[in-house]
Design a protein. Structure first.
Length: 336
């Protein structure tokens, strides 16, 4: 345990990194398949089948990262797990109901008679919307330190709306890469329209976060931190401008650059997550508890770390295998 220094320091930091990486991967991967569900109302029945085919092989693996993140929180920071889930009990319940509804609708729309498929499509959209709004609301409350007040609730609602917009954009960019023909053209249009909401969301949340959290204000607007962190918003503007330009030259011959919008949107999510991680560190419960105060005993953490180093490569290998086997365009979906 002392190989890398004081285990009371490095072990909590390692688990915080593992948990953060798991959340980031979940947000990107499950973000795009939630986003595809959010776009259901704008597609025709045949297009919805193709949209489901584009995420069908991946959505189970994507949600594994959420299970991993919550599991790490429970075993590595048990006290923080209790505090966070107690404060977020209602939105967590809504999220789980939404995820269950999505899963049931995903399977049942394939088995239900044709006349009932529209109802399951609506259920799939409703589950996607409920899960996304709940996740955004939880993020907003977490940023404000899990304190309920009218201002904090308003900020959480703002975050919920714009996270939903963000997921719809990354879902559209995923479809640009996986679809072709009319559906691909529609996905490009959806992404072009959604990018304005994404820009508005990034601007609104970036402006409001320091106002609802004195800690974020101090970490971002003190000197020399302000100068050191300036490249983050500048790079975000460059990525958004590049995304806007790419969306206006697609589709291209031989499907060139079809995956570029997804890569650029993913990079935006990574930058936003990096800014949040910097804003929170070293707290696991903002304003209340650091990762070092909430961590389990080093003797327990080292055992858990061994288990995590076994489980994590398995999850990565399974995910890589799924994305490799089912690479390429989504094929026609049939239920015969």
């Amino acid at each position: 345990m002392h190989l890398f220094g004081d285990p009371f320091i490095w072990l909590p930091f390692v688990f915080a990194m593992l948990m953060g990486i798991s959340i980031l991967v979940y947000v990107v991967l499950d973000g795009f398949d939630l986003g595809v569900g959010l776009l259901f109302p704008f597609a025709t029945p045949s297009e919805r089948d193709r949209m489901v085919a584009s995420i069908g092989p991946f959505w189970d693996a994507n949600e594994t990262w959420l299970v991993l993140a919550i599991g790490l929180l429970l075993v590595a920071f048990p006290v923080a797990h209790g505090v966070i889930l107690t404060a977020l009990y209602l939105p967590v319940t809504v999220m789980l109901i939404g995820l269950i509804l999505r899963g049931v609708a995903f399977e049942f729309r394939a088995k239900a008679p044709t006349r009932h498929r529209a109802a399951w499509n609506r259920a799939f959209f409703a589950g996607s919307l409920a899960s996304t709004l709940a996740q955004g609301f939880m993020l907003g409350l977490y940023v404000t330190g899990l304190q309920l007040s009218w201002i904090n609730i308003a900020f959480a609602l703002l975050t919920a709306v714009f996270l939903t917009v963000g997921f719809s954009v990354i879902g559209a960019t995923w479809l640009i890469g996986k679809a072709e023909g009319v559906l691909q053209a529609k996905a490009i249009l959806w992404a072009r329209r959604g990018i304005w909401g994404l820009v508005a969301g990034i601007a609104a949340i970036s402006a409001a976060s320091p106002l609802v959290s004195a800690r974020i204000w101090d970490k971002w607007f003190s000197w020399p931190e302000f100068a050191i962190l300036a490249p983050l918003p500048i790079l975000s503007v460059v990525l958004i401008a590049t995304l806007w330009r790419v969306l206006h030259v697609l589709p291209m011959e031989n499907d060139r650059m079809a995956w570029t919008p997804f890569a650029l949107t993913t990079a935006l999510f990574v930058l936003a997550f990096g800014g949040l991680a910097y804003s929170f560190y070293p707290y696991v419960v903002p304003e209340q508890m650091t990762i070092y105060q909430a961590a389990a005993a080093p003797e327990a953490l080292i055992i858990i770390l061994v288990g995590a180093l076994i489980v994590l490569p398995v999850i990565i290998a399974y995910s890589v295998l799924a994305y490799t086997v089912f690479r390429g365009k989504a094929t026609e979906l049939t239920y015969s």
